[in-house]
Write a protein that binds this ligand. Structure first.
Ligand code: DQQ
Length: 535
């Protein structure tokens, strides 16, 4: 089979060919990171789903193995869908996943490594007592999937949740087990929210209110808050809330400040779905993985022979104000940094720009710190602007502003007929300034008929106090993954330039605001290619 590599990413996770979607069962076990993922062995569109398997010692260089879990028994004959890993006492990993049975019901199955002394855990055994959880007693058998990593309570029982819905109410149905094999449904879901529809790939875990360490899923006690995330099938966006976990009654109570009705916080305001975290006991951090789908057509995917990537793994921490999470690419990514170009203390005048040359700008890691000496010219914020994505649509990169838009033009052609703009705008609100971050790929390609959605999110920073705003963008041929304000707002876009390809891609800093801005420092590294599944 031939594959077209023109738009292939070089340091983002991909197999050599075919369709991929959700990350599955990520885990750290005896010094090795395992990533399983939804994969179609036969083509570049969704279908025939198995758990493909790769291993790594740094989550940047990957070695592909044979699929670990694939349809072979009645309880998964029609597909092996998403799920999670849990490391059981005695250092024994177990995988829980959704199988599609002969009646096309969604059932939950367990699998164990065949041979614990194989460092790669290549072969997995699915006992014949599967399924271990079936959609009975009123559960909708076509809306019952994606078991989480389990956590252990003080009563000696394991707990997990499974994504579901009842009518329009999305929910995380909870189960308990003493032996990890016999599971009993709890009377109440861990949490539910009306009007949100099916919850796919739920994730539930603690985060520390102090310090920079991640927390294992079963930990409990003072100084922890909880994150509950669901991927909403209705909108194809994910939302999370922060809150408390009342362990005695197994209920999650989201903070009053964070909406859980599908309008709240997101890990990523762009093309990002079906994410999952795991606790990395090696480096004591919680790591987030997620799928970024293509935004070209199905026909494009078939002709290029591949579709879908995983984002660069991100460390997840609670912001010190406890209002949101902060995400940052794992440190290991920096081992790929090659040739560096940098800029210091450079004013970008109103309407001006600066080209950053000297590296291959189609494969780069760019960090830039902006300094705003005055916010006087900031536009007034209109209280009707409640949706940041809509505001970015209203005010794209070419729409002049007061303070901003300023930021980067990634994957730009020499004369900027093509560009993917990553930028901020600052507005003056009633009591404080409002910062907006946008991705505007509307000029990302001269090719007709591409899907080029504009994305946006608010940036939770005190811009008046700081007078600074930082941006990091990971640019990789057909993806731009951006981190605003040290990872407070993240946006990922998939783009398919026709001119700004390979060595013909350019990188600029731009400022379309009335107010001048200063680049206090910019560093752009050309990125090397890691070992990537034999590609
Ligand atoms: N993808 C899987 C499901 C999950 C969905 C099937 C989310 O288990 O709900 O490929 O992208």
């Amino acid at each position: 089979e031939v594959v077209d590599n023109k738009y292939r990413t070089q340091f983002h996770f991909q197999p050599p060919r075919n369709w991929i979607n959700d990350p599955n069962g990520p885990m750290y076990y005896n010094g090795i990171y395992h990533l399983f993922y939804q994969y179609n062995p036969y083509g570049a569109v969704w279908g025939n789903i198995v758990w493909a398997h790769s291993v790594s010692t740094d989550m940047i260089n990957w070695k592909a193995l044979e699929p670990a879990i694939y349809p072979s028994k009645p309880f998964d004959v029609n597909g092996c869908w998403s799920g999670s890993a849990t490391i059981l006492p005695g250092n024994k990993p177990a995988i829980l996943y959704t199988g599609i049975d002969p009646q096309n019901r969604q059932v939950q199955n367990i699998a164990f490594p065949k041979n614990l002394s194989d460092p790669y855990l290549r072969e997995w055994v699915k006992p014949d007592y599967n399924p271990i959880i079936a959609p009975v007693n009123g559960i909708n058998a076509s809306a019952f999937r994606d078991p989480t990593t389990a956590w252990h309570g003080p009563d000696g029982h394991w707990r997990l949740v499974i994504g579901s819905k009842r009518k329009h109410r999305g929910m995380a149905i909870m189960y308990r087990s003493r032996d990890f094999i016999h599971w009993i449904r709890a009377k109440h879901p861990l949490h539910s929210a009306n009007g949100t529809g099916m919850w796919e790939c739920p994730d539930f875990y603690p985060v520390a209110t102090q310090g920079k360490l991640g927390v294992d899923t079963s930990e409990y006690g003072a100084g922890l808050k909880y994150v509950l995330k669901a991927s909403l099938d209705l909108t194809r966006y994910e939302y999370y809330t922060l809150g408390y976990y009342l362990r005695d009654v197994d209920k999650y109570v989201p903070d009053g400040t964070s909406a859980d009705d599908g309008s709240g916080l997101r890990y990523d305001y762009g093309n990002f779905y079906a994410s999952k975290t795991f606790y990395d006991a090696g480096k004591k951090r919680r790591v987030l993985l997620g799928w970024s789908n293509e935004s070209d057509s199905r026909q494009d995917d078939v002709s290029k022979g591949w579709a879908g990537i995983q984002i660069i793994p991100r460390v997840v921490l609670l912001d010190s104000n406890e209002r949101q999470l902060i995400q940052w690419p794992i440190k290991e990514l920096e081992t790929l940094r090659g040739k560096l170009v940098s800029v210091q203390k450079k004013k970008i005048k109103s309407g001006g720009s600066l080209e950053i040359s000297g590296i291959m700008a189609s494969q780069a890691d760019v960090e830039v710190a902006f300094e705003l000496s005055s916010l006087e010219k900031a536009e007034l914020f209109d209280a009707s602007w409640t949706d940041p994505q809509k505001l970015c649509e209203l005010k794209g990169a070419d729409v002049k502003g007061g303070v901003g838009p300023f930021g980067l033009l990634a994957l730009a052609s020499a004369n900027r007929q093509e560009q993917t703009a990553v930028f901020f705008r600052i507005f003056k609100g009633l009591n404080s300034f409002v910062a907006l971050m946008c991705h505007d790929p509307s000029k990302s390609s001269l090719r007709p008929g591409l899907y080029k959605p504009i994305y946006g999110g608010w940036v939770d920073v005190d811009i008046q106090k700081n007078g600074k705003l930082s941006l990091r963008s990971l640019i990789d041929h057909s993806v731009v993954e951006s981190f605003g304000a040290e990872g407070r707002t993240c946006i990922t876009s998939r783009v398919y330039p026709s001119l700004a390809v390979g060595n013909a891609a350019h990188l600029f800093v731009f400022n379309n605001g009335e107010e001048d801005v200063k680049v206090s420092e910019l560093k752009a590294w050309e990125m090397r290619k890691p070992l990537m599944n034999g590609i």
